[in-house]
Design a protein around this ligand. Sequence first.
Ligand SMILES: NC(=O)c1ccc[n+]([C@@H]2O[C@H](COP(=O)([O-])OP(=O)(O)OC[C@H]3O[C@@H](n4cnc5c(N)ncnc54)[C@H](O)[C@@H]3O)[C@@H](O)[C@H]2O)c1
Length: 285
Amino acid sequence: MSLQPCTIMQKCISYSAPRVAVRFKESEMALNGKIAVVTGAALGIGKAMTEILLQQGAKVALLDLNETAGESLKEALDKLYGQQRTLFFHCSVESEEQIKAAFQKTVEAFGGIDILCNNAGILNEAEWEKTISINLVGVIRGTYLALEHMSKLSGGRGGVIVNTASMAGLNPLPSCPVYTATKHGVVGFTRAMAAASTASGYGIRFNTLCPFLVQTDLFSCMWDRLGQFSHMAGEAKKHADKGVLNVSEVADGLLELVTDETKNGEALILYSNKKKYMTFSVLTQ
Ligand SMILES: NC(=O)c1ccc[n+]([C@@H]2O[C@H](COP(=O)([O-])OP(=O)(O)OC[C@H]3O[C@@H](n4cnc5c(N)ncnc54)[C@H](O)[C@@H]3O)[C@@H](O)[C@H]2O)c1
């Protein structure tokens, strides 16, 4: 089985137990020629996002704090897609300097940025200031630095920014108040940026992904990271009983937000086996 991205791509869909190979002709790949950056790309949801973007023809810069996982993923992807399709940068979204350098090197190597996935995030109620710093400040920082390369007002081509929020960005998760606050912040920031982009002519669409629980390390470890709210783990586990998403379902949601040019300022809610767009009420005086 050749996975070289020359004429035909293979996509492994892992929604249900048997992995099914589906063939995509190059002409059917939605993101041919596009350049994407994914933060938190080495593991979990970010890894699945990276894979779907590559399968659809994009070049992808992977940014992650975890150097070992990032380098080993890059090595595996090189074998599937060739060395020229990806870059890996050891980078924390808490560092302005590191993100700036990673974006700059991406632009120098690939020729621009069309898609940014601000995905890196943690859940740790005990380390609540760090949670705000990564989940909310990191998304704002990544967005503002990307504008310098993507906005049509600063010579960019425009594009799309998708921020990974959570169902906790729309509904409070009482066992995780700070995680809830950061994800509400991400949804609000993204919606405001979408409106600012339309009003100012950035040429960039902004959307959020709001998944329920997803089978990743963050999910497996969350029960030990509730800090002073650990007595409420049972409440959070009730959500898990309703079904846990597979990372590929979140990646499919990302692809929809990236490719559907009618979507701007949207929050796509992903449940296990279903999805819907959030309807926001408009406040009037
Ligand atoms: N897993 C879930 O149940 C769930 C549900 C809804 C939303 N989310 C959100 O999805 C995103 C990804 O989470 P996940 O479940 O894949 O988690 P994960 O822990 O499996 O992966 C997170 C990745 O982000 C990286 N990372 C952490 N801090 C970083 C930093 N400062 N700079 C750069 N990279 C960093 C990690 O090294 C890791 O590779 C997060 O924003 C999370 O809040 C997760």
